[in-house]
Design a protein around this ligand. Structure first.
Ligand SMILES: NC(=O)c1ccc[n+]([C@@H]2O[C@H](COP(=O)([O-])OP(=O)(O)OC[C@H]3O[C@@H](n4cnc5c(N)ncnc54)[C@H](O)[C@@H]3O)[C@@H](O)[C@H]2O)c1
Length: 290
């Protein structure tokens, strides 16, 4: 696998749950990280800028390396900033933040000549909360997106936008990572309680992503030497449940085609493509950490 060497990367949403893990991992992996967010991270060092990504002028200054005291070219962008779920704000407010922020980052990257863009898409584009059952399991990247909320609609628009931006510029690489539900180690204490009721977490097929494994996927996407757009589901290799995956599907999604023989707790959000193309391999199961 050809690899891009670490350079200078702007990380948006750096103060957030995933952003904190991504910044720590990229810095430890030799990347020179410019952290960007509209709020300061509670902890963690490194270069940081308060930026409102809905203001194109600010984003352009940052990505063209023109901000006083932060001058210098940026080689790559990891765009994680967003209102991170449906229902946190009214739909129009979610749209009014997330869609312009992503357009501004993508367009300013183009204007700055940055050809390496990785951003947070979401598992929601697979059809969460699966009121309409998934077409088959494990779900993968092979069927058309099914956003069911305004939050997810913006993620689907980002994927579509990336497709066309890469068509316009054949040297551009844009990788969308469809993260599952992000977890920190302290979240694992509640996992055993999920077992009592399979309906509690059926909305995302009992998936999760450890923030540190999410960060690994970001680094691998950043260092992946390619052009064009691609999207990858990023989840852990197992589910949040102790009960067998095949049993959960039979109980909650009867009649849905099971396309492979499932390991006992195997994820129903397929990570085969990320494994195959990015070399991604989760390292932090909740089973070993709680
Ligand atoms: N948390 C999850 O379970 C989950 C699942 C799938 C995808 N994602 C995606 O991953 C990304 C990171 O999610 P997270 O869980 O770390 O969320 P988070 O809320 O912890 O972090 C998001 C950060 O983005 C910043 N931000 C939002 N709008 C901004 C703006 N206009 N300008 C500057 N900063 C802005 C916020 O201040 C926040 O620090 C998001 O794009 C989210 O949609 C999250």
């Amino acid at each position: 696998m050809a690899k891009i060497e670490p350079g200078r990367v702007a990380v948006t949403g750096a103060a957030g749950k995933l952003g904190r893990a991504v910044v720590a991992h990229l810095r430890a992996s030799g990347w020179d990280v410019l952290s960007v967010d509209r709020v300061r991270p509670a902890s963690g060092g490194g270069e940081f800028l308060v930026v409102d990504l809905t203001d194109y002028g600010q984003v352009l200054e940052v990505l063209t390396g023109r901000v006083d005291e932060h001058v210098g070219p940026v080689d790559a962008v990891v765009h994680l900033a967003a209102i991170p779920a449906p229902g946190l704000l009214p739909n129009s407010a979610t749209f009014a933040n997330n869609a312009p922020a992503s357009w501004n980052v993508f367009n300013a990257a183009r204007a700055a000549g940055i050809r390496n863009v990785v951003w947070a898409s979401s598992e929601t584009v697979l059809g969460l909360p699966f009121d309409m059952p998934p077409p088959y399991v494990p779900v993968d990247e092979e069927y058309r997106v099914r956003p069911e909320t305004t939050y997810s609609l913006v993620k689907a628009l980002e994927e579509e936008m990336a497709h066309h931006l890469c068509r316009w510029d054949p040297e551009l690489k844009m990788i969308g990572l469809r993260f599952s539900n992000v977890m920190d180690p302290e979240d694992y204490a509640s996992f055993p309680s999920f077992d009592a009721d399979p309906a509690l977490r059926k909305w995302n097929l009992w998936g999760y992503i450890d923030a540190r494994d999410g960060a690994q996927a970001v680094r691998r996407a950043l260092e992946h030497d390619a052009t064009g757009v691609d999207v990858f589901i990023v989840a852990n290799a197992d589910t949040v449940m102790s009960r067998a995956s095949a049993e959960l599907v039979a109980e909650c999604y009867p009649g849905v085609e099971v396309r492979k023989e499932l390991g006992r707790n195997e994820t129903l959000l397929s990570i085969d493509k990320a494994r195959r193309i990015l070399g991604y391999e989760p390292e932090h199961s909740w089973r070993n950490e709680s």
